[in-house]
Design a protein around this ligand. Structure first.
Ligand code: FES
Length: 87
């Protein structure tokens, strides 16, 4: 098991023109304006792309840790303390 912390609740949005190597495409190509959304919440079943699974994170309390199962069932744990926090 590996635990990975994701704090974003929405995808990274960009266009093809923002990707490395896009300068090699025809500057008039409509492909350059194609919108892309990359998963930043960690829940997408279609990584690296967003599949809208992040919607289930919208009501998260930032002071809490949330653990999601493979079936995206949410398990809420206790308060999250960072090493620099005073308890
Ligand atoms: S940001 Fe992860 S599914 Fe949308």
């Amino acid at each position: 098991m590996r635990m990975v912390n994701h704090e974003r609740t929405s995808p990274y949005k960009m266009k093809v023109r923002d990707l490395p190597g896009a300068e090699r495409l025809d500057p008039n190509s409509k492909l350059l304006d194609l919108p892309l959304e990359f998963c930043a919440c960690g829940l997408s079943q279609n990584k690296p792309f967003c599949d809208d699974s992040h919607r289930i994170t919208k009501d998260e309390d930032p002071s809490q840790i949330y653990i999601y199962s493979e079936s995206k069932e949410r398990i809420k744990s206790g308060k999250f303390y960072r090493p620099e926090d005073k308890i």
